[in-house]
Write a protein that binds this ligand. Structure first.
Ligand code: OAD
Length: 237
C-alpha cells in the first residue's frame, strides 16, 4: 500500500553546496575537493590500508575546518522551519552544521566528521567535535581510531529510514548537491508524486529528478525565501 502523504512534513535532502557559504569546499565545483585531491588516495579503504597517516591528516584538517565553520542562513532557516512543521533532514554532508543550526532530526548518509570509531567489526564511536585523531589512538577494542565517515566502496548509512521519510513527505527540498553519488541520489526516486518538490543549486544536476522545480542560485539566499513561503502557507492550514 502507498504511504499517505503528509502535507505538513518537510524533508530536506542536502549536499556540500549547502555548506559552501559557511566556507567549506564542495567536491565537484571548480575549487572542489575532488578536483584538487584524488578521492581514491584519500577516501577509500585502499587508501586507509596503504597510507593511513595521510588519510588521517586529511580528515583531521577537514574536521578542524568544519568545526570552525558556522551555520549559514540556509542551515538556520531549515532549523527554524521546525516551528511550523515536522522537518527531517537527510544529508550527505559529514559536517555538523545542521545540528549546530538547531535541526533536531538529522539523518547522515555518509557519516560524521565529528565522530571517530575503531576498525573492528563492532567498534565503539567517540565524539571528537573538532579534535584530531592521532595515529596510535585506539578504540576500547584495541583497534586504531578512524574518522566515522563513509568512504567510496563502503556502505551508505540509514538508507531505509531515509527512504521511509521521503515517501510520505508533502514537501521536499533538495539543496546543494550534484546528485552524482549513488545510492544516496537514488533515494529521490521514493518521493511522493504529489509532494511539492524543489531543487536549489548553482548548477542544474545532469540527472535532474523528475517533476522537481529547479531554482538556480545560492542556498543562503534561496533557501530562506522558500522556507518563508512554506512557513506562511502552512500557518494558514
Ligand atoms: P558536489 O560537489 O558533487 O555538488 C555540489 C553541488 O552544490 C553542485 O551542484 C553545485 O552547483 C552546488 N553548489 C555549490 N555552491 C552552492 C551554493 N552556494 N548554493 C547552492 N548550491 C551550491 O557535492 P555533493 O553532491 O554533496 O561523498 O557530493 C556528494 C558526495 O560526493 C559527498 O557526500 C561525498 C562526495 O564524494 C562521500 O564522501 C562518500
Amino acid at each position: 500500500m502507498k504511504p499517505k502523504m503528509q502535507p505538513d512534513k518537510a524533508v530536506i535532502f542536502s549536499g556540500a553546496g549547502l555548506s559552501a557559504e559557511s566556507g567549506l569546499p564542495t567536491f565537484r565545483d571548480a575549487d572542489g575537493l575532488w578536483n584538487n585531491h584524488s578521492w581514491f588516495e584519500l577516501a577509500s579503504p585502499q587508501a586507509w590500508a596503504s597510507q593511513p597517516e595521510v588519510v588521517q591528516a586529511f580528515y583531521n584538517e577537514r574536521r578542524h575546518k568544519a568545526w570552525e565553520a558556522q551555520p549559514n542562513a540556509a542551515h538556520l532557516a531549515i532549523a527554524a522551519l521546525e516551528a511550523t512543521c515536522e522537518v527531517v533532514v537527510i544529508t550527505q554532508n559529514v559536517d555538523a552544521l545542521h545540528e549546530r543550526a538547531g535541526s533536531t532530526q538529522v539523518i547522515h548518509l555518509h557519516g560524521e566528521l565529528a565522530w571517530a570509531r575503531g576498525t573492528s567489526a563492532e567498534p565503539k564511536r567517540y565524539h571528537l567535535g573538532g579534535e584530531s585523531i592521532a595515529m596510535g589512538q585506539c578504540c576500547e577494542d584495541g583497534t586504531q581510531l578512524r574518522p566515522d565517515v563513509v568512504w567510496f566502496g563502503e556502505q551508505t548509512r540509514n538508507m531505509d529510514v531515509a527512504r521511509r521519510h521521503l515517501r510520505n513527505a508533502g514537501k521536499v527540498l533538495v539543496v546543494g548537491t550534484s546528485l552524482t553519488v549513488h545510492p544516496a541520489a537514488s533515494l529521490l526516486g521514493a518521493v511522493h508524486y504529489m509532494a511539492q518538490k524543489v531543487l536549489i543549486a548553482k548548477e542544474r544536476p545532469e540527472a535532474m529528478p523528475p517533476r522537481f522545480h529547479f531554482a538556480c542560485g545560492n542556498a543562503a539566499t534561496l533557501v530562506p525565501r522558500l522556507i518563508q513561503r512554506w512557513s506562511s502557507a502552512l500557518s494558514c492550514i
